[in-house]
Design a protein around this ligand. Structure first.
Ligand SMILES: NC(=O)c1ccc[n+]([C@@H]2O[C@H](COP(=O)([O-])OP(=O)(O)OC[C@H]3O[C@@H](n4cnc5c(N)ncnc54)[C@H](OP(=O)(O)O)[C@@H]3O)[C@@H](O)[C@H]2O)c1
Length: 178
């Protein structure tokens, strides 16, 4: 059964995008090999993507590194949107409902991960009890404003437990019954 994972690279102050969705900092401040990301790539069976991420800034646009995992991900993509285009690009399915999108992505992923891309969709997955794991990479930069990796006005508490033997900042979401 597929697990649903929210994986992203954040600035040290916890933003996954800068103001206006700016992602230029990612290429400026993240470089070199990332063995965990490379290992994860092989374990991802589907992407669940928010439409702001899908249509958002990609500093690698127009290069062979465009897209998820620096252009290396090849597989099914499920995009959550209330405004699907008339025609979907190959491999992309537009879905208008969170539970249906998660179910379709899990089915497509088989026994691998559904990787959630987008803080808004990840937050909804967390709050619906649909998220299993969180993996954050941190870039050595402070952005000061932008899209927080998790945003809940008024505050909340989502308990996370480090996965034993795993890389830093790879957590299981602790549900009240688990
Ligand atoms: N640093 C990283 O590793 C990383 C990774 C991924 C993304 N990013 C960046 O982070 C930002 C993420 O933006 P975000 O978190 O604000 O948005 P998001 O999660 O990417 O997308 C939100 C959009 O998805 C659609 N949506 C969400 N829930 C829905 C639902 N239940 N049913 C139907 N449609 C739904 C809506 O689009 P419609 O208006 O079309 O309905 C909504 O505006 C982007 O700038 C992206 O480039 C960074």
């Amino acid at each position: 059964m597929a697990k649903v994972l929210y994986a992203a690279t954040a600035s040290l102050d916890g933003y996954i995008a800068g103001p206006g969705g700016d992602m230029s900092w990612l290429t400026e401040h993240v470089g070199g090999a990332n063995p965990t990301a490379e290992r994860l790539l092989a374990e991802v069976g589907a992407l669940l993507v928010g439409n702001r991420t899908f249509g958002g800034d990609d500093p690698n646009r127009g290069t062979d590194k465009e897209g998820a995992f620096g252009g290396q991900y090849q597989g099914p993509v499920f995009v959550l949107t209330h405004r699907p285009p008339a025609e979907a690009p190959a491999g992309v399915t537009f879905v208008g409902d969170l539970h249906s999108a998660v179910a379709q992505a899990k089915e497509a992923a088989g026994d691998r991960y559904v990787n959630v891309l987008g803080a808004n969709v990840a937050k909804q997955c967390i709050e619906a009890g649909l998220l299993d794991e969180v993996l954050m990479f941190f870039a050595p930069v402070l952005l000061g404003d932008g899209v927080r990796m998790f945003d809940h006005p008024g505050g909340t508490r989502v308990r996370l437990a480090q996965l034993p033997g795993e890389t830093a900042h790879w957590y299981r979401v602790v549900r009240s019954a688990s």
